[in-house]
Design a protein around this ligand. Sequence first.
Ligand code: 5AD
Ligand code: SF4
Length: 490
Amino acid sequence: MSKEMQENMQVDRANEADIQRAYIEKCREYLLDKEKELGRPLTACVNTFGCQMNARDSEKLLGILEEIGYKPVETEDADIVIYNTCTVRENANLRVYGRLGQLHKFKEKNPDMLIILCGCMMQEPEVVEKIRKSYRFVDIVFGTFNIFKLAELIHTRLNTGSQIIDIWKGTDYVLEQLPTDRKYKFKSGVNIMYGCDNFCSYCIVPYVRGREMSRPPIDIIRESERLVADGVREIMYLGQNVNSYGKKLEETEEAKGSQDVTERVTFADLLKELEKIEGLDRIRFMTPHPKDFSDELIETIAASDKVCHHLHLPLQSGSSRILKAMNRHYTKEQYLALVDKIREKIPDVSITTDIIVGFPGETEEDFEDTLDVVRQAKYDSAYTFIYSKRTGTPAAKMENQIDEATVKNRFDRLLATVAEVSHSVSARFEGQVMDVLVEGLDDHEEGLVTGRLKSNMLVHFKGKEELIGQIVQVKLTECKGFYYLGEMIN
Ligand code: 5AD
Ligand code: SF4
């Protein structure tokens, strides 16, 4: 265990929520004085890069800022700007550095502006060093483990006037009781676990998000109930590897003290408990790992009225040889057998995936295996990525890194194959009447609203604003590729 981690754990955090609320109060006093001085409200902009975990963290950050009194805005000429960063691929890092220049210009016009960087990229020591040396105008830097300290860090910055850097290397401490500002009134994410122990050889996540840690089921259930009482109808349960949920739970202090956990709680057990929450209509989760997708989980989803029949099942590569080098713990054949088993038990399932092209040593034959799986698995859609070398991961040291032209050629062919496959399967619900959760007004056409099927596919149909947040029945009249046009029938 690192020294920093030990230090973090020694802090008595029993009253942490109260401590942070006190800092929120202190920041509010500053804000009120400042607003009087300037004769206008102070504004805050939180920009999220990366995954759903970061999106959820950003809601927490914005919740704290709003509690202080900041008015949320979308533009970056605000009094506080937070970049919640991602470092999964190198270009995400480059984008952050690129945009910092623009933020600096805003700060020159508004010297009291606070620029704050947090998220996965900040867990990389080289990044923090670079910011410390070359980006002195950045006011506060923190990582993925201590976002609940935002008000405290702002308070310290205002009182010391110096750049504040507070990165934890890991933690066994999670504080979830602070305010959040949800982007959608009717749907939300809920973290069920943090970190990842899988160490896929290309992936930086285990290094920046730390060791896998599951939240006790009772905390997840209570948080879900609170959200439902507040109008939420759909919850996405989040974790880097949700089907290893509960693996280490019995070892934690909370679990030892809880009567709810007497033996290992599996992810399927958790889903069954969540299913019982009255008023929760849709349950989604992200992301399962194909290596431990149990029969019990498949049965649970098949038997559930609430768990959406949409599974995101990252493939990464269709070649057993590359999968081994990626440390994925499954072969092409095992993956396809899993897809078959899922389709047999859940015939209307939509399956989506993540695929990486250009992993070190990938040959034309390996790549064709990937195309073959895309065709056989019949994905509704796929997120496709060009392999990005991440310093510190085992794959970064592998020989045979693939040249850019070859990767680009394969990437284009993969896109074409994914489009062809998804086009052929996505129209399969045409003519059927299905439940749609209405999410908002259509961006492109007046008089239309947009919602989602349980399969996650978008549907546009005639309707009014009052429908937002409701589940209505819609006849799917025409498939337009990655969305449907429909008609509401009640
Ligand atoms: N290069 C490209 N894609 C990556 N991913 C993770 N690490 C890398 C990398 N080094 C992709 C994987 C993962 C998704 C979230 O990001 O496909 O499932
Ligand atoms: Fe990265 Fe693999 Fe963990 Fe996903 S399961 S976060 S790809 S190491």
